[in-house]
Design a protein around this ligand. Structure first.
Ligand code: ZN
Length: 496
């Protein structure tokens, strides 16, 4: 087009059309998202009755059920491969033994000090020890380990990262069990992971993804502190032949966790095969040490009932106003235990990851500025404009992560998807620093709805919906900006 006047007219028309569209969307959001309904979701999820939505407590089931009922009520579809609206996540809870002692040579070893029982139900009495190198298949040649305790070196040559230690440990335990061993002791001498650090981390109740969900009777698996190789040498030489065990009260419990997942089909015949994934963790830290007022229930209103409600609101709004792309709604479990629910989905996706073009996560520590929205990861994907404009429509301003030293981007569920290559920012309540206003409620019993600015909550929820709608209707899918640390992963995932 050459005529500058026509050009100008066209620009104005396009601008008005866009502004009009945005306003129409905003009006629809105002109409559909009912204040009392949204706040009632919020109050219910953050209520004392939920006992802090701890994945190791039964009350979290109420939260999962509640979210799934809202999905159903609003017309969200179930995803194939799930059970109703649930993706079952196999967890394993383990707690150290109440009594853990081993007499080895002339030393009496104590749980948490010189030894750690990592698996198995327990072990009592005196048992024969047999040395088997690193405990790999080749180390068992000509060895009869039946009914004995296999003693092995920790890790394997050149495989001594924490991940290696754990994955090898599982392999070795399975192998020793298949050979008829009664237990396995790994002699710990890794300099890169100090014993005290390992002991501190492992000598407490843990929730992890169950790597052997079918194994109901795991072998007793023990780490022995042996930094100078004294024990391993003595056992290898045959100068220590037996050990006396007194290991009782170890807890290993299988727990069924639930991600709540559903989708709303997009309207565009082509783009509907692409999904914008909205994710928020619905778990929190449970019941803990009481505060000065004697309150011991960690309600997690900010962290992250408010985000869960954003996903529930999205279910209602997008079921009535589906955008071009499909919307995948996810409420994750066990974020507070190490991003476990989202991590499980990233490894066992119910929708192929390459069809998930964007993950708009919601997670929160708190807020100290109700005039802004803090978007962790703003500046890292090409969808910034859609977010900035949407937030502006509601009279707020979007800012990027003000506290990069906190590493917040890599501390929430979005990172599990970013690592896979999916552009994945987090839409957070407004904060300008991780200051006292945040820490007074962050992971405290006082993180409750009754001290939450609910007018701000409404603006937060609504501006999230408009951001999502803008992104889900984009002509071109968002990408990582050039040079981002996840750009290569993105190219690999989407084959660009
Ligand atoms: Zn959180």
């Amino acid at each position: 087009m050459k005529n500058p006047t026509a050009c100008l007219w066209l620009s104005i028309t396009v601008l008005l059309f866009h502004t009009g569209l945005c306003m129409a969307q905003k009006e629809k959001i105002e109409e559909i998202i009912d204040e009392k309904e949204a706040i009632s979701h919020f109050r219910y999820l953050a209520s004392d009755e939920m006992m802090g939505r701890d994945p190791i407590r039964p009350e979290i089931e109420l939260a999962a059920r509640y979210i799934s009922e809202q999905f159903w009520k609003y017309g969200v579809k179930e995803v194939a491969g799930g059970q109703d609206y649930f993706q079952i996540v196999p967890f394993r809870m383990s707690a150290p033994p109440t009594k853990g002692e081993i007499k080895l040579g002339d030393k009496q070893l104590q749980q948490g000090e010189d030894m750690l029982v990592l698996d198995g139900s327990g072990l009592e009495g005196t048992h024969e020890l047999i040395f088997a190198g690193f405990g790999l298949e080749e180390d068992y040649q000509n060895l009869d380990v039946n009914g004995k305790i296999v003693v092995v070196k920790v890790g394997a040559p050149n495989r001594l990262t924490p991940n290696d230690l754990f994955s090898l440990g599982r392999e070795k335990t399975q192998l020793a069990k298949s050979k008829g061993a009664k237990g396995i002791m790994e002699m710990y001498n890794v300099p890169t992971v100090p014993w005290n650090l390992a002991a501190n981390f492992l000598n407490r109740t843990q929730l992890t993804i169950d790597q052997n969900p079918d194994d109901t009777n795991p072998l007793t698996y023990i780490w022995i502190k042996d930094l100078d190789n004294k024990f391993v040498n003595a056992i290898g030489e045959g100068s220590i032949k037996n050990a006396a065990f007194e290991i009782t009260g170890k807890v290993n419990k299988k727990i069924q966790g639930k991600n709540v997942v559903g989708y709303i089909e997009g309207t565009d015949p082509v783009l509907k095969h692409e999904y914008v994934m909205l994710g928020a963790h619905y778990d929190h830290v449970g019941v803990g040490r009481p505060n000065a007022e004697g309150d011991s229930i960690y309600n997690g209103a900010r962290d992250n009932a408010v985000g869960t409600v954003a996903v529930i609101n999205a279910a209602k709004y997008f079921a009535q106003n589906p955008p071009k792309r499909s919307i995948l709604l996810c409420a994750w479990t066990a974020e507070e235990k190490g991003l476990l629910g989202s991590g499980y989905f990233a490894e066992n996706p119910l929708i192929p990851l390459e069809q998930i073009i964007y993950n708009f996560n919601i997670d929160n520590g708190g807020y100290n500025d109700t005039s802004i929205i803090t978007v962790i990861g703003l500046g890292r994907t090409t969808a910034d404009d859609q977010i900035i404009k949407a937030v502006d429509e509601f009279g707020l301003k979007a800012i990027s992560d003000p506290a990069p030293e906190q590493g917040l981007y890599d501390r929430s569920d979005n990172v599990n998807f970013a690592r896979k290559g999916i552009p994945a920012p987090s839409f957070s309540l407004g904060f300008t620093a991780f200051d006292e206003e945040i820490t007074q409620h962050y992971h405290q019993p006082s993180d409750q709805v009754d001290n939450f600015d609910l007018d701000y909550a409404m603006l937060y929820w609504k501006s999230y919906l408009l951001s999502v709608e803008n992104i889900a209707n984009l002509e071109e899918r968002p990408k990582w900006v050039a040079g981002d640390k996840y750009e290569e992963a993105g190219k690999a995932l989407y084959g660009e």
